[in-house]
Design a protein around this ligand. Structure first.
Ligand code: ACO
Length: 428
């Protein structure tokens, strides 16, 4: 391949360097396009062809169904590592030694208590508030309680913010859920592992002793690992672009949580279950909903199917499907919703519309099924995704800061009115 790409405009040729990534991905570096052409820009709605940064964190090949964090395959990490090891790997670039791992965990534990005044904020939310809105607000509020987190140029303050948010997020999540359920808040138990402590804080009851189920601990640990990063998706790009203005980590994460909330992104796991329930209530006719999904005059889409980058299969979906089977088997769950899910999956995989468009079940098709079996309320599903994605957001934010990336500020092609005279209100 040549080293440059040529763009010709009005018989004038402009050359731009071709850059290659370590996995031989190719990009045309158009950073000088506007300056050299006198104002021409590229237009790429939805950024389907636009690389926003160079990154050494996550590699994915959507055609081959490959996902690697810092070079390690997602399959191997899900099988052999735990969530905090993966978090360390993503954020700091290497798997931790035993000492580094212990210190990281201790530092996170040391920061796991949240200020009691956070409860006042939590109390002010109506019970009906969506947990994603609550978590986004509480994450933003952490800046007020930890003002040093805005010192984005200090490595030491950056590290403190990292362990703080990893320590406090499970508490915020569990408290948000318990508040909604009218349960007293649980302060957790720092002698437990990260995931065990999260489960205890979510599910303990004041009048009984919480007993851990290793199958659930393992499945949740895997789910968090599978969600931990996914390069420049909508929420991660939001975190990076927010942080590019030198906003602090908590503010940037709060923006990312809001971006994750939408049903085309993290909100899909909630949307999947709501869709399955709606199909069940409507008599369980999956064929009717398959037809709706294919009807271009109907806005309905089969939630949990399709992915912006995975066009053959979602490697995370493969792993999580197995975990889902195990959880359901171990818990002895018999749920009519699952039959509907299986029916849709089978029909979609054999349907020409879905085959032609390379629409396969994504990770969120199965994650919702596990969360439901675990007793997690539907509205909390996307929040569980947010806990998983936390290390990825942090790693991407940190990389962006350490690389001293410029403020993110896309251009536009203006298509509005050209200059016109103001008409006084009595003449309009
Ligand atoms: N159901 C029915 N048709 C679909 C679906 C679907 N779930 N997804 C895509 N299509 C169709 C589109 O209508 C389009 O058809 P056309 O070519 O005839 O116009 C074609 O497939 C391509 O779709 P796009 O929207 O262009 O694909 P894009 O890559 O932009 O969208 C997305 C990806 C947003 C994930 C989409 O597949 C979707 O809406 N899926 C359902 C929501 C979902 O599950 N989101 C979770 C994503 S995973 C995550 O965030 C962790």
């Amino acid at each position: 391949m040549t080293d440059t790409a040529t763009i010709e405009i009005d018989n004038k040729k402009y050359e731009f360097p071709i850059v290659k990534g370590t996995e031989n991905e190719v990009a045309i570096d158009i950073s000088k396009l506007r300056a050299s052409t006198g104002g021409v820009i590229t237009l790429d709605s939805g950024y389907k062809n636009t690389g926003s940064c160079e990154s050494a964190i996550t590699f994915l090949d959507g055609e081959k169904g490959v996902l690697r964090y810092r070079g390690y395959s997602i399959e191997e990490l899900a099988e052999k590592a735990d969530f905090l090891e993966v978090a360390y790997l993503l954020i700091f670039g290497e798997l931790p030694t035993k000492e580094q791992n212990d210190k990281f965990h201790d530092d996170i534990k040391a920061e796991s208590a949240v200020d009691e005044d956070i409860k006042k904020i939590l109390d002010a939310f109506p019970k009906a508030a969506h947990p994603m809105g609550v978590i986004s607000s509480l994450t933003s509020a952490l800046t007020a309680f930890n003002p040093s987190s805005v010192n984005v140029d200090s490595e030491e303050d950056m590290y403190k913010s990292v362990v703080r948010i990893l320590g406090k997020m499970p508490v915020l999540v569990a408290w948000t859920m318990r508040k909604k359920q009218g349960q007293p808040l649980d302060y957790g138990d720092n002698s437990l592992g990260y995931v065990e402590n999260l489960l205890k804080m979510m599910f303990s009851r004041p009048n009984s002793c919480y007993v851990q189920n290793p199958v659930l601990v393992d499945a949740l640990d895997k789910l968090l690992i599978l969600h931990a990063d996914h390069e420049q998706n909508c929420s991660t790009s939001t975190v990076r672009i927010t942080g590019s203005s030198h906003a602090g980590l908590f503010a940037s994460l709060s923006a990312g949580i809001s971006a994750l909330w939408g049903p085309l992104h993290g909100g899909a796991n909630q949307a999947v279950l709501e869709m399955l329930e709606a199909i069940q209530e409507d008599g369980g006719d999956t064929k009717k909903y398959m037809a709706k999904a294919k009807d271009k005059s109907d806005p309905f889409r089969l939630m949990g199917f399709g992915h912006r980058v995975y066009k053959n299969f979602d490697p995370r979906a493969k792993i999580i499907k197995k975990a889902a089977d195990q959880v359901l088997h171990d818990l002895g769950v018999e749920d009519p919703i699952l039959e509907i899910a299986k029916g849709l999956e089978k029909e979609a995989l054999e349907d020409q519309y879905f085959v032609d468009r390379k629409l396969y079940p994504n990770v969120d098709f199965y994650s919702g099924i596990i969360y439901r079996a675990m007793g997690i309320p539907i509205e909390m599903f996307t929040v569980m995704f947010a806990i998983g994605r936390l290390p990825g957001w942090i790693a991407q934010w940190r990389e962006m800061r350490l690389r001293k990336e410029p403020i993110g500020r896309p251009r536009q092609l203006y298509i509005g009115e050209t200059s016109r005279d103001f008409i006084p209100i009595n003449k309009r």
